[in-house]
Design a protein around this ligand. Structure first.
Ligand code: FAD
Length: 435
């Protein structure tokens, strides 16, 4: 029976697999409760600012605020004022204020994923020490022993094994740990849609701080600024173009493709307020990714090892929840490690808190989450409308938006009132970890 208490006297050796958003947030959260023997291992030999934009919703910004990181993250991004949905003709369906403008005590922040990762990695190095981040370590398996787990890595010079009291598998959608526990699971599940992601410096649109989504279930375009407009009125805008029935199933976050054919797919989407084909054509680079997720699984924790972030619950990006949910996982895990009777109890409580809600989100995102308003508008008025309320009532629109926020745990009332995940009496963190 695994009963080591996580008190000051018996701090745990913690191995976190994956230095993505979830793994780094887990390291910072566990350090904030007084754990000091933490190593984050990643397969890459160098952390580079990969990816394009992501959104940190207020529930994630609350956690980053309580970790003392919100200012640095906000400096890197933009707090969107509004989220607005349109049909494929650019006609408005629904819009709502976001972040503080919507009554949250915390903002929503649109930020470059890679820049966020580097901010978190820098905080890990400063707070936990340079050794805390161990690159060039590809996890191949975890062996559960009677007294400890062993994380086994493939290294340039051969296999290396690290003993740990707790292994947090934050190794993403292709998680090696998850694959070892669910060997029959296979590749992520594709729904036939393809996403093309990019950023471009273009004239700012609408108020310069609005996230837009246009289209329907077959073809869609999402855009949001990642920076304020400059003196020439140009802003760096992140976008995701989406289409069914084109593209391949290769699940690679870094797959670059030619923009020409994608500009053609959106040739008619030149709206009075945003020139979509021009935006796609101006992209520095276009990255192709299939719309994939995985089915919810019945168990995350196996002995001393648990899953976190995309390793636990990869979901469609509808609703902008992937990175946010990974950060909440991290903070919830640390809260239970700080407050449970034993590490085993902590992992059980973490899983009980997080698995049901994230499983529901995975399934809800398959139903398009809050973007269902665009599907309804298309179903009921495929050729467009004079007034959206002829097609969908104001109450129905409002309920779709509020229902998703409740399910994802970021309705303003719920979030503003929920107790903090900061453990009641955090042990002061020590800056230099012993090992
Ligand atoms: C390169 C990259 C680019 C991305 N770009 C976008 C984007 O543009 N838009 C978007 O919405 N989402 C993107 N994502 C996904 C997004 O970051 C996640 O959905 C979300 O942030 C949850 O993060 P995570 O930490 O759980 O997983 P991830 O961010 O995927 O991080 C997983 C980490 O684990 C490491 N890893 C994987 N396998 C092993 C192994 N066997 N051993 C050791 N380390 C391992 C990976 O190198 C990675 O650093 C990207 C992910 C990656 C890895």
């Amino acid at each position: 029976m695994w009963t080591t208490s996580s008190t000051v006297e018996s701090r745990m050796r913690i191995a976190i697999i994956g230095a993505g958003i979830g793994g780094l947030a887990a390291a910072l959260s566990l350090h904030a409760i007084g754990e000091t023997d933490i190593r984050v291992y990643d397969r890459v030999s160098e952390l580079r600012a990969l990816g394009v934009g992501i959104n940190l919703l207020p529930h994630a910004m609350r956690e980053l605020t309580e970790l003392g990181l919100a200012d640095r993250v906000e400096q890197k991004g933009v707090a969107p004022s509004t989220l607005a949905y349109f049909n494929r003709f650019g006609q408005p369906i629904w819009s709502e204020p976001r972040g503080r403008e919507a009554g949250y005590r915390w903002p929503q922040v649109s930020v470059h994923r890679g820049e966020l990762q580097l901010v978190l990695a820098d905080a890990v190095r400063r707070r936990l020490g340079d050794d805390a981040l161990q690159l060039g370590h590809r996890l191949v398996r975890v062996e559960e022993g009677a007294d400890a787990a062993a994380a086994v890595f493939a290294r340039a010079e051969g296999e290396a094994s690290v003993a740990a009291d707790l292994v947090v598998a934050a190794d993403g959608i292709h998680s090696a740990v998850r694959a070892s526990r669910y060997p029959g699971e296979g590749a992520p599940i594709w729904n036939g849609l393809t996403l093309w992601r990019g950023t471009a410096r273009v004239p700012a649109y609408l108020d310069g701080r609005t996230m837009i989504m246009a289209g329907d279930g077959e073809q869609k375009f999402v855009a949001y600024p990642l920076g304020a407009p400059d003196a020439d009125g140009l802003a760096r805008v992140n976008f995701i173009a989406e289409r069914r029935g084109v593209g391949a199933e290769t699940v690679d976050w870094n797959l670059a493709v030619d923009a020409g054919p994608i500009v053609e797919l959106f040739r008619d989407w030149s709206f009075a307020w945003l020139d979509v084909p021009a935006l796609i054509a101006a992209a520095d680079e276009l990255l192709e990714y299939p719309m994939v997720d995985r089915d919810p699984i019945p168990q995350w924790t196996f002995g001393r090892t648990t899953l976190l972030g995309d390793a636990a619950h990869p979901m469609y990006p509808n609703g902008s929840n992937g990175a946010s949910q990974a950060i909440i996982d991290a903070r919830t895990l640390a809260f239970h490690v700080a407050t449970a009777e034993s590490p085993a109890d902590a992992l059980a409580a973490y899983e009980a808190d997080r698995r049901p809600v994230t499983s529901e989100l995975v399934l809800s995102n398959r139903q398009q989450g809050p973007e269902r308003v665009m599907l309804l508008a298309h179903e009921r008025a495929p050729e467009g409308f004079a007034d959206i309320h002829d097609v969908i009532s104001a109450d129905e629109l409002a309920e779709i938006s509020a229902g998703y926020k409740r399910a994802a745990g970021f309705h303003p009332d719920l979030l503003n009132e929920r107790p903090s995940l900061t453990a009641p009496s955090p042990i002061p963190p020590s800056p230099t970890p012993p090992r």
